[in-house]
Design a protein around this ligand. Structure first.
Ligand SMILES: Cc1ncc(COP(=O)(O)O)c(C=O)c1O
Length: 243
């Protein structure tokens, strides 16, 4: 019997090794290790792939969630509706900005939030909702957006497991006010190292600064993406039809 690993990162590397070696050599030669042209190139390509206005490279998916919450000024006293059936980072980001997570049940068919569950959990303290696209399956975003818009609450998609997922023909990351993606190596689209992206569908906030990706809301931390993680994720994006 030959065991088949759940994730085989060595096989992925072997399949495109020359391309990766040459791209990483390019980063080493340019000495642009943090941000730089490779990161901007990937940001643009990933935003286009998702159908979002722009993308900002950050340290990981948890940072992307936290920065998105800070950008809409979620803080102490605010409630953020989400699901407990997720990786701990979803609730952790809400707690990290001082807000209170409010958990709703998931639908047993797709394991994600429902619009009905969201609607029932809204209180005067609700500032935002974080639907999660778990296991590559999108949450019912058309219905969730309808409830959120009616109640004037912001929507941040946790798309850490949702790269390329579509609902009603629209990709994860293009529905809400913002979205957070993880590029942890074993994710649907993984990097060489830790990495994340924060997408905005419209410019509801000022364009982010080149250093830390944020201009509004309180932040004291710079979270960058390295050129070598960008070239790897961009190479793999090519296989998903985004050149
Ligand atoms: C649903 C979900 N949200 C957030 C995260 C956090 O991403 P990262 O590990 O890049 O911080 C993950 C990662 O496992 C995740 O699966």
């Amino acid at each position: 019997m030959h065991p088949i690993p759940l994730v085989d990162l060595k096989a992925q590397y072997a399949a495109i090794k020359p391309e990766i070696r040459s791209a990483i050599d390019g980063v080493l030669a340019s000495a642009q290790f943090i941000n730089g042209p490779e990161v901007s190139d990937f940001e643009q390509k990933f935003a286009a792939f998702c159908g979002a206005a722009f993308a900002v490279g950050v340290g990981n998916g948890t940072d992307a969630l936290t920065l998105a919450l800070k950008a809409i000024e979620v803080g102490p006293g605010d409630e953020v509706i989400t699901t407990a059936n997720s990786f701990i980072a979803t609730a952790e980001a809400i707690v990290a900005v001082g807000a209170t997570p409010v958990f709703v049940d998931v639908d047993p068919a797709h394991f994600n939030m429902t619009a009905e569950g969201l609607s029932a959990a809204i209180t005067p303290k609700t500032k935002a909702v974080i639907p999660v696209h778990l296991y590559g399956q999108p949450a019912p975003m058309a219905e969730i957006m309808e409830v959120a818009r009616r109640q004037s609450i912001k929507v941040i998609e946790d798309a850490a497991q949702g790269h390329g997922a579509e609902y009603n023909g629209k990709r994860a990351g293009s529905w809400g006010d913002a979205a957070a993606f993880s590029f942890y190596p074993a994710k649907n689209l993984g990097a060489y190292g830790d990495a994340g992206r924060w997408l905005q569908t419209t410019k509801i906030w000022p364009p982010p600064c080149e250093c830390c990706g944020i201009t509004s809301g309180p932040t004291s931390t710079c979270m960058n993406t390295s050129g070598s993680t960008a070239v790897w994720t961009r190479s793999r994006l090519r296989f998903w039809g985004q050149s």
